[in-house]
Design a protein around this ligand. Sequence first.
Ligand code: ADP
Ligand code: MG
Length: 567
Amino acid sequence: MATCDDLYEQLHRLDGQGYGAYKSLRGEYAFEDFVLHIDHVQGDPFAAPSRVRVVVPQAVAGFPKDLWARPCRAIALADYLTRAFHGATQRQERGSGSGKSGQIGIVRPSQAVLERSAAKVTAAAVELRFTVGLPAFGRRIAGRQGAVLLCQAVPNLVKRTLVYEALDRGKIQRHVDTVEDAEALRSQLADHSLVAFVADGAILPRRSGVDERPLQDQAIPFKSPDALRVTLRCPHAGEVSGMGIPQGITLIVGGGYHGKSTLLRAIEAGVYNHVPDDGRHQVVTDPAAVKVRAEDGRSIAGVNISPFIGSLPQGKSTQAFSTPNASGSTSQAANIIEAIEAGATALLVDEDTSATNFMIRDRRMQALIAKDREPITPFIDKVRQLYTDYGISTVLVMGGSGDYFDVADTVVAMDEFVPQDVTERARSIAAQYKTERDREGGPQFGSLTPRIVQPDSIDPSKGRHSVKLRARDVDQLQIGTEAIDLSAVEQLVEPGQVRAIAEAIVYAQRHYMTATTPLAAAIAAVMADLGQHGLDSLTEWPMGDLVWFRGLELAAAINRLRTLQIG
Ligand code: ADP
Ligand code: MG
């Protein structure tokens, strides 16, 4: 194998040559403490930077087994190292040169601790994947700068961020333990018949709509109402008490600006683990809980929304409903049915992002518009059946309609950011002031129809390029010539998840979508491969920018593909 010295000399030889000559660097180089893999070399200084990996043997890295022996701890440790490396690159001087010269980059982690292809810790080694902008002046190779970058800056970063000795042991321990505790808390939810758990002392509000870090000074820590308090055990923090949200139907009520949506958002985020200082690191949720909302304008392909939407004007079928332009209510109905199809076991709904006519239909409206003139059966008349027939719980923020008291098992009132259990009061109010509504939902929720995707309705090709995928942020991905709008898929937290989902759509189409495979089965097969072989199973080459996602979000992306056809 070539060595660091060979690389150094080669870079000096390349100095002043045309940028394309950098291609000769592809390969592996043995450094003193690690092996550097140059997997992909950028075509010019302005193109996406070159992809490299370092593999540091444990003999050098020295992470004690305790930190990586269990899968969730290995993920947490890898997450920590990615953050350490990312932090160090932010402080790095870039030097001069054109385009991305001298840039060292790695995926930027959010507040969530996730499995990422950027870092992996095993018994044998620590592997980190990142990018470097190979330096140039104009379009001429800046070989000396290249040598400084690869033979000095990179080894320095490795020494400072990937070697146990150089890192803060206490912080690493806390990071890894916090994640294992969150896993332990989540794993106890089902035994206690809970959908979610919010620990006392948790900090739920965020700094701003664009800053996911916890709100600092003014934040009021979470405090469970006594009636809903449960105590769970975790391996490191010991006993943790907090509010348990029971399975069934839970309403979150309260005045405007009293913290209802903030609580729901914390519950949405609770499907992931979080870093120790997040404030939500002991907020955990049923891993198959899905936020659903209205999303007018989305396309829908062959979804049986008939439990919610009956005969439409012009006799349009709702058993296999398709539209390129859904209304608020039909989009929310489809979002719910699709989530169930993909395996959701709990729904999270906020009035702020729901279609009013989907959520409620009061006595007076029932009197004015007869049932046979209104295709919509409102959610209030199906939410109970959803639980009794399919075991799917709902947590619903609803400050605007007390009609829901009739169908709720638990009612939590947010009062100046402090939750109160008002279930009994809501019950007696419901008995005192009858809504006099007709129940429109019937005894059953209605049947669910599995769908089979026509494989060729997913086309990742673009002109002569065989596959073209793009995902720059959490709101959109591009597959071939088609853009998929993910702005209503609210539980995606990192662009890398969207990139991985783009790869997974192609992978699902190639390997599992057949004329007889239901969509849910194809997704389950992809997720099983991912569970077994990791994110690398999605791509031909080792990539550093993929982040773990749920099958639920993969399904959500496929369902929003405008070319999708159901067989
Ligand atoms: P609602 O949905 O009840 O109208 P929100 O959840 O949107 O209210 O919260 C209103 C504002 O209060 C937001 O700016 C939010 O960040 C802030 N907030 C929420 N919870 C807390 C808390 N525990 N401490 C301090 N501020 C909070
Ligand atoms: Mg709100």
